[in-house]
Design a protein around this ligand. Structure first.
Ligand SMILES: Nc1ncnc2c1ncn2[C@@H]1O[C@H](COP(=O)(O)OP(=O)(O)OP(=O)(O)O)[C@@H](O)[C@H]1O
Length: 525
């Protein structure tokens, strides 16, 4: 049975994710968002511990360097007080499930703890997968800054078309797709001592394929490690030199023992079906890192909104006219919606009194080139409020400096697939509770925040707990080809965490065969 080990105490008000509920009187049509029930964050155990440490380590104000400020920020994170406990859990488990509230410090801190604990010794690396490119880039950049190194050196990232790593890289942030590619070239992932799968709740196709593959790699590395140990024993008793044995078995430059040492896995998320994950990973232990640094007040509408775009527009201007400075993050469903909202916001903003601060509208969606996506991270000029219009690309992992307000209409564009007709489509559907929490968690990262959900609290309660895994709602042709490329011919028997329907797998096999991508024996052509 998996066990849950609470590792620290923190602010537990609100919706179970450290969020603080508002009164729900936020009618976006000419009304105002009412006073919150509670706004102060209960100091977490981490903060108290940090307070004590600060007294002895803080330098005089004038000498506080940027590095020192970053160090103080790191120490104030809820995860900081449980570093050694967490590292011990990782050491004693082959696979560990880590759950921590948004902003508790999982993505940026845990890899640094592992680095300090020696998981990158002897040329080994720790991989941290992210579902999205922009997260891999920005988190790696932040961690490099915190460690006082250049990004691309000890801390790097790898995304499609961009490899920002070097031979000295030890912590490697990468998209889950890139780790899959590496596994094609190096099936034992022999350069890694540990893989962290971050934002596992997103359950992208790549994440789900990775789960099954990594379980396989763990088994093979375990078997190889046992075989190496017994060969060494035998070599010692028969007088065969270890060097000869290494020459015999090693196919890369990685030393034999390291290549064959066990691969550890850490599966991480703010919101996760803990039981399902622990069972899938052979009864893995789960630990819970409680607490967040800053509270987020949650507001709901009294009644359902007839037109969520209209409601989003009005809420944006309400915040702009009535709330204290701080940037706004508005979630929309796709590029078209973002472009039309951008036009509307700019047009309406042009009619505001010159005394009102300016609005700067910045879009971010997957089809936007990376350099343009990065514009959301640039600070707005003085006296200007930035409004970021984002798809779910900005839903997880990201810390966008300046964000104080989140507007969540509660909808997302998701893939849907009908295996009987073979038709795949994109549909606008309600978010899950997990997604809603991730969205609100984009605020409250540098200071207290507010999240305006453009739906009723009753509707929130009725949302699904988590998102249906992508693998259960898409055409599986690519997944089948990918597995075949890994030499996995029995696709139906692959160790999926949530198996797609048999008909969906058979249909894609038939489809690939008809295209000439598979042989009569079902092998890749
Ligand atoms: N690029 C950044 N700029 C400023 N602060 C940052 C940045 N990245 C992280 N932080 C700070 O570190 C905190 C922890 O971030 P981190 O991404 O590690 O949290 P997390 O627990 O992984 O959150 P999530 O589950 O939302 O991904 C943030 O709340 C923020 O205060």
């Amino acid at each position: 049975m998996p066990s849950m080990a609470p590792l620290s105490s923190g602010n537990k008000n609100g919706d179970g994710n450290g969020n603080v509920p508002g009164r729900g009187n936020g009618v976006p049509f000419g009304g105002h968002w009412g006073p919150p029930e509670s706004t102060s964050a209960t100091p977490s155990a981490a903060n108290e511990a940090v307070g004590k440490r600060k007294a002895t380590t803080l330098l005089p104000q004038t000498r506080v360097t940027k590095r020192q400020a970053l160090l103080n920020q790191r120490r104030a994170l809820p995860i900081a007080s449980v570093e050694s406990e967490l590292v011990n859990h990782v050491k004693k488990n082959e696979t560990l499930v880590v759950i921590g509230e948004t902003g508790s410090g999982k993505t940026t801190q845990l890899p640094q703890f592992l680095h300090s604990a020696g998981f990158c010794k002897g040329g080994m690396m720790v991989a941290i997968t992210q579902p999205r490119r922009v997260a891999a880039i920005t988190v790696a950049t932040r961690v490099a800054e915190e460690m006082g190194v250049e990004v691309g050196q000890e801390v790097g990232y790898s995304i499609r078309f961009e490899d920002c790593t070097s031979p000295s890289t030890q912590l490697k942030y990468m998209t889950d797709g890139m780790l899959l590619r590496e596994a094609l070239l190096d099936p034992l992932l022999s350069r890694y001592s540990l893989v962290v799968i971050d934002e596992a709740h997103e359950r992208t196709i790549h994440t789900d394929v990775l789960f099954g593959l990594l379980k396989g790699v763990q088994k093979r590395r375990q078997a190889a490690s046992t075989a190496t140990k017994s060969s060494k024993k035998k070599a010692a008793t028969t007088g065969v030199a270890l060097k000869d044995l290494q020459n015999l078995l090693t196919t890369s430059k990685t030393p034999l023992e390291k290549k064959n040492s066990a691969l550890k896995l850490v599966v991480m998320s703010a919101t996760l079906d803990t039981k399902g994950f622990c069972e899938y990973f052979n009864g893995a232990e789960a630990v819970y890192v409680q607490g967040r640094q800053f509270p987020v007040e949650i507001f709901y509408t009294f009644t359902p909104e007839a037109d969520y775009l209209d409601a989003a527009l009005l809420t944006t201007f309400q915040i702009h006219l009535e709330e204290i400075p701080g940037d706004i993050l508005l979630f929309l469903t796709g590029q078209e919606e973002i472009e039309s909202m951008e036009r509307l916001l700019k047009e309406r903003a042009s009619h505001l009194s010159p005394k009102v601060p300016k609005l700067l509208v910045v879009p971010i969606y997957a089809a936007l080139p990376s350099e343009q996506q990065m514009r959301v991270f640039q600070p707005a000029p003085d006296g200007t409020r930035k409004v970021i219009l984002a798809t779910n690309i900005a839903e997880t992992s990201l810390t966008i400096p300046g964000i104080r307000y989140v507007i969540d209409p509660g909808l997302v564009k998701a893939r849907a697939y009908n295996p009987r007709t073979g038709v795949e489509s994109l549909e606008v559907v309600p978010v899950s509770k997990a997604q809603a929490r991730q969205r609100s968690g984009r605020a409250g990262r540098e200071r207290p925040g507010k999240c305006f959900r453009l739906y009723t609290e009753d509707l929130y309660r009725k949302l699904e707990d988590s998102t249906v895994p992508e693998i259960k709602r898409c055409n599986l042709a690519n997944v089948v080809l990918q597995l075949k490329a890994f030499g996995i011919d029995d696709v139906l028997g692959f160790d999926f965490m949530d198996k797609p329907s048999r008909i969906a797998i058979v249909k894609s096999l038939e489809h690939l065969y008809s295209l000439g991508a598979l042989t009569d024996e079902g092998k890749q052509c």
